[in-house]
Design a protein. Structure first.
Length: 65
């Protein structure tokens, strides 16, 4: 999935991502495998909301949201 998202973002500068990991390992690299530690927090990504009326897609297990 990481490669796919990187490809989509490279082709379209309007696409961004915010990956939250509740736990990171020594192998995880910030900015590559994840962007934030902890459960999803909309306050941390408010700078990504450029168009308030646009559609935003959030995915993951319900307990993490």
């Amino acid at each position: 999935m990481e490669g796919y998202l990187a490809d989509v973002m490279a082709r379209n500068k309007q696409v961004s991502r915010a990956i939250f990991y509740s736990k990171v390992s020594d192998k995880d690299v910030k900015g590559v495998n994840y962007d934030y530690v902890g459960h999803m927090d909309l306050a941390k990504i408010k700078d990504k909301v450029i168009l308030p009326d646009a559609d935003y897609y959030v995915c993951g297990p319900l307990p993490f949201m």
